[in-house]
Design a protein around this ligand. Structure first.
Ligand code: NDP
Length: 279
């Protein structure tokens, strides 16, 4: 039986993952079957079992299945456990192993591709959903100085802060406190507010002198936050396309034991307008 790979989501038809993994495989002259598979949450377990029975060896997992994927794994990496979400599945014997490469994907994009020093930065993380939970531990591991988490539903920010277990470095505040928090060296939009064209109401006082702004969304969903960041005078502004490519490269390395070159894939995608529409 030939080995198969897939991305699972709902919806998933417009996922860039098949294109990214095909480009990675081409770098090594590998023949790779990698398809997008739609799985409604209530059917994900069955769909995944069928995939395994027909040669499935690895999968990426996207919205809204990352938390469910964690429950379907026999073993889970420490970083996926800390994030409470799995974005990468590896078949090991008769069972799935789960990992989460979102956080390291963001850190690679910023620290390696863009050569930005994250150490010591005062960081504001907007959001406390699956993406925020994935990136928060990786930012701490990358040496940021302080991590301030603000979420529309404040209890979720507190739960994330508790799970991170670093009360000296991690703080939570209400959305209504934003104007009193002063300037930050790095602002991360991990909300989905920009999907569907909406935006966030943010004070310009959040933008510190040497700030960088990252939206984990890309394309149209990132327009509103990055436009705000530009108006606030922030020079370094990035969307989440680089993170998407880097998290895929980490997954590729876990499945195939080789890390692809991400620059050419990133450049190709960022020059294509249709790449910017959806995850
Ligand atoms: P979740 O649904 O788990 O979380 C959504 C978050 O957005 C929550 O914190 C939610 O707050 C907040 N939110 C939604 N609408 C608003 C609003 N109008 N105002 C303020 N806050 C809002 O999604 P994920 O965390 O998985 O994903 C978040 C975004 O990140 C998505 O758009 C996704 O596409 C992107 N992403 C990008 C990746 C990449 O590789 N570039 C990887 C993973 C995600 P509340 O808790 O109050 O509901």
């Amino acid at each position: 039986m030939s080995h198969r790979y897939a991305v699972f989501g709902h919806p998933v038809a417009h996922s860039l993952s098949p294109r990214i993994h095909a480009a990675f495989a081409a770098q090594f002259g590998m023949a790779l079957e990698f398809v997008a598979m739609d799985a409604p949450p209530d059917q994900f377990g069955q769909v995944l079992a069928r995939f395994a029975a027909t040669g499935g060896r690895g999968a990426s997992v996207t919205l809204p299945l990352k938390e469910l994927a964690l429950d379907l794994c026999a073993e889970v990496s420490a970083r996926a456990r800390r994030a409470g979400a799995v974005n990468t599945l590896l078949r090991h014997g008769d069972a799935w192993q789960g990992d989460n490469t979102d956080g390291i994907g963001l850190v690679h994009d910023l620290a390696e591709r863009r050569r930005l020093d994250l150490r010591g930065r005062r960081v504001l993380l907007l959001g406390a959903g699956g993406a925020a939970r994935g990136v928060a531990p990786a930012l701490l591991d990358a040496g940021v100085g302080e991590l301030w988490i603000v979420n529309r539903t404040p209890e979720k920010a507190d739960t994330l802060a508790d799970a991170l277990g670093e009360p000296g470095r991690v703080h939570t505040r209400y959305w209504s406190d934003l104007a009193q928090l002063g300037g930050f060296d790095m602002l991360v939009n991990a909300t989905s507010a920009g999907r569907g064209g909406g935006g966030l109401d943010l004070p310009f006082s959040l933008a510190g002198n040497r700030a960088l702004a990252v939206d984990l969304n890309y394309g149209e969903a990132a327009v509103s936050f990055l436009a705000w960041a530009g108006a606030a005078g922030i020079q370094h502004r990035f969307d989440g396309l680089g993170m998407l490519v880097e998290q895929a490269a980490e997954a590729f390395a876990l499945w195939h034991g080789k890390r692809p070159d991400t620059d050419e894939v990133y450049e190709a995608l960022s020059s294509r307008a249709d790449a910017l529409q959806t995850a």
